[in-house]
Design a protein around this ligand. Sequence first.
Ligand code: ATP
Length: 369
Amino acid sequence: MASLSLEHICKAYPNGFEAVKDFSLEIADKEFIIFVGPSGCGKSTTLRMIAGLEEITSGTLKIGDRVVNDVEPKDRDIAMVFQNYALYPHMTVYDNMAFGLKLRKVPKDQIDKMVKEAAKILDLEKLLDRKPKALSGGQRQRVAMGRAIVRDPKVFLMDEPLSNLDAKLRVQMRIEIAKLHERLGATIIYVTHDQTEAMTLGTRIVVMKDGVVQQVDTPQNLYNNPNNLFVAGFIGSPQMNFMDADVHEKAGDIYLKVGSHDIKLPPAKAKKVKDGGYVGKTVVLGIRPEDVHDSQMFIESSPETVVDATIRVYELLGAEVFLYFDVENFPMTARVDPRTTARTGDKVRFALDAEKIHVFDKETELTVT
Ligand code: ATP
């Protein structure tokens, strides 16, 4: 298996559009790297440059120690799995998996061994004689994976491999892919729109926007310590709540004023806001839905972060309840215990978990604390 190194990679399409700007990343052997970001942010373009399907405009791409900018896709020792599987409809599962090896003139008995090994890993042994049309979506997806596995590549590239599957199958296949990663000890680069896939599969996640890398970090760090407002809003569902707030100082403490509400910052956060020169300025206050509490006990222990609101929508999801309301015209969501008594139309008090408050610069959108 292999490490990869992307050094200042740029992609400008012939029409002049810059789809990827100065992308640098070191990927260690056996990492599971996820590219996420809104539609059109350059995820697939980056993946296709790594695969060799798209020319690199500038910058250096290394697989292991070898610069591969000008190496043909077939000589890069990578395998790509696409969202539409691209199986040959007239061939059996066995032949679909064997095809690439036959082209490379691998001896027949060796092909047989490799295909059967991959079939065993992917639980396809009983389906080897079937044609793709006689398979379920998940089984087809496994065949597409099998075709990549038999090539024993250094790197797997996967472009939204689960996007054509229904919700239940996606969950199953997500677990399969996690197991596969462990079993193969492979380096995987994976493009997805799906938050859960990104958070559960990735050893690190690359968040992109408009061709620019916003943050590269472990799922946990991205969630807890986003670099900027965009990453904070993009990672997490329902998304982080944001409110404009005026910073002021009172008796040595730092408060964020949102309309008639005054929210006191804990000392470490207050220091960063004060030292950053934000007193007297407007910032953006961010708080995740699970850090907005409606329990009496929490409210009583946090009188300095209380907000009042009227519930617009009550949504029961079984294990949790989402409450939607406005604070001074800023739409908010709280993720609370299903035993809550709050219902649509009720006037409710909430308290923010002060230690979980994020503060962003309103101009640069960078994280202050
Ligand atoms: P999605 O999630 O929708 O697949 P993506 O992040 O994978 O999006 P890319 O497919 O990498 O996005 O495209 C990045 C940008 O480059 C888009 O704005 C797209 O319109 C543009 N683009 C892609 N291919 C070309 C091309 N051949 N010529 C010009 N622009 C292109």
